[in-house]
Design a protein. Structure first.
Length: 232
């Protein structure tokens, strides 16, 4: 139980601190009483505009600090999960690479059809890592040679001025000569775009083709059918 003179002393201190613009939490850290008591003491304390601004600034700072802490916590959680998941993959065998490549082509490649049985291998994507895996699949699993590969860049016409930068991007990411990337196809811009990869993040799409590959395309269709057959 707080003695009356101590009670009055604490109340006076609390009011003074509040008028200096301190928050309830800051006052409670200095005065050992219940929060309900502080609230009772301070409910009629008038705050000048400057004091209110200070309190508002503290609240904003606290929210930002809390938001940053939560963001950092989420980022650490994501990184921890990613690190564990990466280790779960282990070493990929040639057969596993073969199946991965079939799945990639199934999703993103042009397949041989009855109405176009001579369709060759054509794979288009904006994700350079996906194309890295696809090229490895072609070479390791399908025996495709470098001189059998063709490349075309598809990019919006508003990016004509940065085309050398784009060529450099694909050349460095895929370890291919820039003179192999001189075939450019410009697309008309859409006024309203929901793409996130804009500005420096946008490097168009790369189209990979394999010469005289209609037979390989038919084999890929057969592999896809084989996968489906095993899952039925």
């Amino acid at each position: 139980m707080i003695h009356n003179h101590v009670y009055k002393k604490y109340k006076k201190q609390a009011i003074a601190l509040r008028k200096e613009g301190e928050t309830y939490s800051e006052i409670l850290a200095k005065i050992p009483v219940a929060k309900s008591t502080i609230s009772l003491w301070l409910q009629e304390v008038y705050l000048a505009r400057k004091q209110k601004q200070r309190l508002t600034a503290k609240k904003i700072a606290a929210r930002l600090s809390g938001g940053l802490a939560r963001k950092n916590q989420r980022m650490k959680l994501v990184q921890d999960i990613t690190n564990v998941s990466r280790k779960e993959i282990g070493k990929i065998s040639d057969r596993e690479l073969w199946l991965i490549g079939i799945a990639l082509y199934w999703a993103e490649g042009s397949k041989s059809k009855e109405y176009n049985p001579s369709m060759g291998i054509v794979f288009t994507n904006s994700d350079y890592q996906m194309i890295q895996i696809f090229l490895r699949w072609l070479k390791v699993c399908c025996g495709v040679k470098d001189n059998e590969l063709g490349y075309e860049i598809y990019i919006h016409e508003s990016c004509r001025e940065k085309i050398q930068q784009v060529i450099g991007f694909w050349s460095s990411k895929l370890n291919i000569q820039e003179n192999s990337l001189q075939k450019i196809r410009y697309k008309k811009n859409k006024i309203n775009t929901k793409r996130k990869n804009v500005g420096d993040l946008y490097n168009g799409c790369l189209r990979v083709t394999v010469v005289a590959s209609s037979t390989l395309n038919r084999r890929v269709v057969g592999w896809i059918d084989g996968i489906m057959g095993t899952l039925k």
